[in-house]
Ligand binder design. Structure first.
Ligand SMILES: Nc1ncnc2c1ncn2[C@@H]1O[C@H](COP(=O)(O)OP(=O)(O)OP(=O)(O)O)[C@@H](O)[C@H]1O
Ligand SMILES: [Mg+2]
Length: 607
């Protein structure tokens, strides 16, 4: 039986799981962690890094380190979310050739699916290392509220990574599967999933016959831990600005250090009441003087800074219940998913809204991948004892005369589904119609997401309204859309699967697949060297940051000048060893650098 892995491709962290025997298992990476940061970087030498190794070097290589790419996937350059990301990211985001988004890392430009494919490929390797055999088939999860463009782009990422994506499933649905699998439950549940970048809530009926039926789903694909972090960063930056009239955002390295510190403080405040944020040498004034940032953040302040975000998630829960035509009392269990649900204010707000303590039996970081693995196994084994009925999160329709949105498939319709509707020409002698396919909830076409367009030509000349065109929409089990139009007079038809939407053409995807294959072999052989090299680079950056302060404190004493000279030569030797790409030589230098760094820190602490 061919193995299928389940991958939770998260904004912040990704996780992979596989079915073994009759149980799903979460697979640890080589560092022993069950989740891997969704971070991709390119080093000075042009090597790609993924996961923890990429995250660790983010500060010293901020411009070439991509995090939270999922916030950009399947989005158009012109979207407000992309505009926002351009302003707040430490890496460069540019417009692509198809109105899409591209990311520049060193001298190469990447599409967003390509960046995500690097993370997926890493998850594939983690599974292969564990299983000791190649893996091809995968089930990948997406936020329930993702539209067709975002789903398609995620599928493309899987293809570029060399995976056969047999199904895309919604994250909250996957969580519910993992929660209810093999338990013979009969109840209505709400899944509240607040992750790093997205928020989803789904209401499901779990039946004792193994039926998981989604009744409604709603969410916000731009609401998550990143936004909480951003509030802390704003607070730190504006405080610093008031004190020193310096905008820390102008410095990419400072910005990356702020991001790290903000996230760390946020997580700490889930278990303690206050925490110290301490960032020495955060920026230089240009007068050979470095400034430090030091502030205490309390849980109270954090809650004040972010209460509107939490309130937004509660509003969305209210909407989900309304869409499901249910009352809070109908919900028999509330399942918390996503790292952000560890925040006490989130837990109390959810408990207050639903009037019950949320269930904490599932692991918030792993449950989505586990659900994907369960679904994967069910698909290949054609298990009949588990039926998953999901819904489409957005209404689907076309634009009609007057820029109106004509809905064909309503929101929360069970998929797969197909619907047809007959339209007529809007002008006399009109021989062609343009079908604009859109997804969204607004009556105004312009407010909805455009998925694609196509033109049906060669219509018979006739007075307006006399030529009839049948438009058929189909949504498959991945939530992916295809559309057909037919001239009912002549039977002439035209159809599209709304593809090029991720901004990539089929040729581009093929070329990227070939490229990914080339580099994989290379990456494994080089891994050892990259590991030590990064350690050395981080140490060097730290030491070089301390040089001005050291000069000031001990630069006039003989022993001080001597120490500085020794430090400079240690840095030079380390650089030389890195140039020779010899891991052992670099490792030796790392030890020397560590000693230097300790000594410098001691001097600074005393000075
Ligand atoms: N103890 C904690 N307290 C508060 N927040 C936390 C804690 N632990 C993790 N987080 C936050 O949870 C978020 C990551 O959650 P998770 O790993 O579920 O997201 P993801 O699956 O990567 O994202 P998404 O599902 O939105 O694509 C981060 O913003 C992280 O800072
Ligand atoms: Mg998640």
């Amino acid at each position: 039986m061919e193995r299928v892995i389940g991958i939770d491709l998260g904004t912040t962290n990704s996780c992979v799981s596989v079915f073994e025997g009759d149980q799903p298992a979460v697979i640890s990476n080589r560092g022993g962690y069950k989740t891997t940061p969704s971070v991709v970087a390119v080093t000075e030498a042009g090597k790609r890094l993924v996961g923890h190794i990429a995250k660790r070097q983010a500060i010293t290589n901020a411009e070439n380190t991509v995090y939270a790419a999922k916030r950009l996937i399947g989005r158009k350059w012109s979207s407000p979310q992309v505009k926002n990301a351009v302003l707040t990211s430490s890496y460069a985001i540019n417009e692509g050739p198809h109105g899409d988004v591209r990311i520049r890392l060193r001298d190469k430009t990447y599409s967003v699916p390509e960046i995500s494919s690097i993370v997926l490929q890493e998850m594939k390797i983690i599974a292969e290392d564990y299983l000791g055999e190649p893996v091809r088939k995968a089930v990948i999860t997406v936020p329930a509220y993702f539209n067709d463009n975002q789903r398609q782009a995620t599928k493309d990422a899987g293809t570029i990574a060399g995976l056969d994506v047999i199904r895309i499933i919604n994250e909250p649905t996957a969580a519910a599967l993992a929660y209810g699998y093999g338990k013979d439950l009969d109840r209505t549940v709400a899944v509240y999933d607040l992750g790093g970048g997205t928020f989803d809530v789904s209401i499901l009926e779990i039946g004792s016959s193994g039926v998981f039926k989604v009744i409604s789903t709603t969410g916000d694909t731009f609401l998550g831990g990143e936004d909480f972090d951003a509030r802390i960063i704003d607070w730190l930056v504006s405080g610093f600005q008031r004190e020193h009239t310096i905008d820390l955002r102008q410095d990419r390295m400072a910005l990356q250090r702020l991001r790290d510190a903000a996230e760390k403080a946020k997580c700490e405040l889930s278990s303690v009441k206050e925490t110290e944020i301490n960032l020495p040498f955060i920026i230089s004034t240009g007068r050979n003087e470095a400034l430090h940032l030091q502030r205490t953040l309390t849980r109270d302040t954090l809650e004040k800074l972010t209460d509107d975000l939490v309130e937004r998630t509660v509003e969305i829960c209210r909407q989900a219940l309304e869409d499901a035509r249910l009352h809070v009392d109908d919900i028999e269990d509330v399942i918390l998913v996503g790292g952000m649900t560890r925040m006490p204010a989130v837990q109390t707000s959810v408990a207050a809204f639903f009037g019950r303590e949320p269930n904490k039996s599932v692991h918030p970081d792993e449950v989505v991948a586990v659900g994907a693995a369960i679904q994967g196994a069910a698909l290949v084994q054609e298990k009949k004892d588990m039926i998953l009925l999901d819904v489409t999160p957005h209404a689907l329709g076309i634009m009609t005369f007057g820029s109106n949105f004509e809905e064909l498939i309503p929101q929360n319709t069970t998929v797969p589904t197909s619907r047809a509707k007959i339209f007529t020409t809007s002008r006399d002698d009109q021989t062609a119609v343009k079908i604009l396919v859109m997804q969204g909830e607004s009556r105004q076409a312009a407010d909805n997401e455009m998925l694609g367009e196509f033109i049906l030509t060669g219509l018979r000349r006739a007075p307006k309204g006399h030529v009839e065109i049948e438009v058929t929409f189909e949504i498959n089990t991945d939530g992916i859309v295809s559309v057909a139009a037919k001239d009912l007079d002549t039977g002439q038809a035209q159809s599209i699967q709304v593809t090029a939407s991720s901004g990539l053409t089929q040729d581009e995807i093929k070329a990227m697949m070939a490229g990914a294959k080339d580099y994989m072999v290379e990456r494994r052989a080089d891994e050892e060297f990259e590991g030590v090299k990064q350690e050395a680079e981080t140490l060097i950056a730290e030491i070089e940051r301390l040089f001005p302060e050291i000069e000031r404190v001990v630069g006039t004493a003989d022993f001080g000048r001597d120490a500085i000279a020794k430090a400079r030569s240690a840095v030079d030797r380390a650089r030389g060893a890195m140039k020779d790409r010899d891991p052992n030589a670099v490792r030796l230098q790392v030890e020397q650098l560590q000693r230097t760094q300790r000594m410098f820190k001691g001097v600074v602490a005393r000075g």
